[in-house]
Design a protein around this ligand. Structure first.
Ligand code: PLP
Length: 507
């Protein structure tokens, strides 16, 4: 905390800081409902920000600017409050003397409700802490490479070999050989599509956004799981659609609640998103459950969107079923890629497979083709990884079987987390995450982002709050179990210590 307020050649006598301090005072006068602590938490993620300022510790200029802008935003959004003084001090802010300093360049209204907290404000704080020299254990992103998961050498070798022929654009849907390999991958699942039904993208992420942009008109609704991988909700919102969350039931091993799903279908619903194996819960859905979803989609003429990026990351007895195999009569878009199972997330190599009732979707498919063409093509070198990855030895199996790193780390993390009083967790059958619950009677958390921020500041471990996954209650968080045993154990030990303190504070 101390470090953030480091003096950098500025003192309270500095007119910028004096003006800033006055602006903060004025703001607190104008908004008496906001205490100094709340001000710090809201605008700087630091409850002590105002008191430190008053003690004479000067924030950095960049911080001053950020806080001023945030205050301005707040005033704009809460215009009923009298703004007797502008929050930007008038004189003599050197910042204002810069050309263009008065301009206020705003993001588009389209982004207003778009939210992706996995890389949100808490990560910003973690980055700021790292800049101050703190070492943070980051359990926030499912990115295998930084945790020592090596990509198969053969994939790297083939990408390098093909580099000289990967310099130009390729077909907007991707290289033929790579798409053929994807077709053959689905043939093994008894799903028969053509090369033309495959779109290669810069990761599944790009294709999710593309699929939503091509489909949705303003007000169209999309059924999305809660909790979800938040890109789905963000992509629907960005496309003008309305995300409607169906409940995944923790009591039922996080399986979707079919009755809830059906209740939420309206005349505007266009499709159902199924994330299987699931991020963040780790649930792997049974064939019976998927058949129920298919029946619902059939009954209401809905499109199925299946995010199956973890289909090869399964533990114990879990078996994965691609929902498209159960719905040959329905339009189904299945998403997958190399980021996780082949540990090459940085390659940005993913694909989308269209199956089922393509005749009815001629126009939508034209839209997908158009968007694929507009971005010319996906990263070509990484497409050379696909054929090699999908054929031959599947080294991911060594990681998920007993004795394998992922299997053992999942067990370690689950054992340690569930040993903490008031923490429960459905054991994940797939993927790379745990989604534990904090018993609200023991941990009366009001704002889980605040909670995760406090934990970060106290223990230097970065997690993501459950509400970041569109889970409505502030009682869950997500843990990535990619770090090796020692680091993982250290992170969870720190969490146990923090929760112990929390229990004592709120007992
Ligand atoms: N879908 C899910 C469920 C994910 O968890 C992720 C990444 O964490 C993605 C898609 C993004 O994958 P890609 O790296 O292919 O963009």
């Amino acid at each position: 905390m101390q470090a953030r307020h480091d003096q950098i050649g500025k003192t309270l006598q500095d007119p910028i800081i004096m003006n800033f301090s006055q602006a903060v005072d004025q703001f607190l006068l104008d908004y008496p409902d906001i205490s100094a602590t709340q001000f710090g938490t809201r605008f700087r993620k630091d409850p002590n920000f105002v008191s430190e300022l008053k003690k004479g510790r000067s924030p950095r200029l960049a911080t001053v600017e950020q806080v001023l802008m945030a205050m301005d935003d707040y005033r704009r959004e809460h215009p009923r409050q009298p703004a007797s003084l502008p929050s930007h001090p008038k004189e003599p802010l050197h910042l204002k003397e810069q050309p263009g300093a008065d301009m206020d360049i705003r993001k588009s209204a389209k982004l207003k409700n778009v939210c992706y907290d996995i890389r949100g404000p808490v990560l910003k704080e973690a980055t700021a802490m790292e800049e101050m020299g703190h070492r943070i254990i980051k359990l926030n992103i499912g990115n295998p490479a930084p945790f020592g998961f090596e990509a198969p050498q053969e994939i790297l070798a083939d990408v390098i070999t093909n580099l000289p022929s990967a310099i130009g654009y390729c077909d907007s849907k991707g290289l033929f050989a790579a798409r053929k390999a994807i077709v053959q991958y689905y043939q093994q699942k008894r799903l028969f599509v053509d090369v033309g039904d495959i779109y290669i993208g810069n990761g599944v992420s790009e294709l999710i956004v593309m699929a939503m942009q091509a489909l949705l008109d303003d007000g169209d609704e999309m059924l999305i799981p809660s909790p979800d991988y938040p890109l789905w909700t963000a992509a629907v919102t960005l496309s003008g659609g309305t995300p409607v969350h169906y409940l995944c039931d923790e009591e039922a091993g996080w399986f979707p609640d079919i009755a809830d799903m059906e209740r939420k279908i309206t005349s505007k619903t266009r499709g159902i998103v199924i994330i299987n194996p699931n991020n963040p819960t780790g649930a792997v859905y049974s064939k019976e459950l998927l058949e129920q979803v298919v029946r619902l989609a059939r009954k209401h003429n809905l499109i199925l969107f299946a995010d199956e990026i973890y289909d090869k990351i399964l533990y114990d007895e879990a078996r994965h079923t691609s929902i498209a195999t159960l719905a040959p009569d329905l339009l189904c878009l299945t998403f997958n890629g190399l980021s996780k199972a082949y540990r090459v997330a940085g390659f940005r190599s993913g694909w989308l497979m269209v199956s089922g009732n393509k005749k009815a979707a001629k126009d939508y498919i034209e839209g997908l083709d158009m968007l694929a063409s507009m971005r010319l093509c996906a990263n070509v070198p990484a497409q050379h990884a696909i054929q090699t990855a999908l054929g031959g030895y599947q080294s991911i199996n060594d990681l998920i079987l007993p004795g394998g790193r992922l299997h053992e780390q999942r067990n370690l993390a689950w054992d340690m987390l569930t040993a903490i009083p008031g923490v429960s967790c459905v054991k994940p059958d797939g993927a790379l995450y745990l989604f534990p619950r904090l018993d609200p009677k023991i941990y009366p958390i009001q704002d889980d982002q605040e909670f995760i921020l406090e934990f970060l500041q106290a223990e230097k471990v970065l997690l993501v709050q459950g509400t970041g996954f569109n889970w409505a209650q502030p009682d869950h968080f997500r843990v990535v179990f990619l770090p090796g045993r020692d680091e993982l154990a250290e992170a969870i030990t720190r969490l146990a210590r923090f929760l112990d303190g929390y229990r004592h504070r709120y007992a």
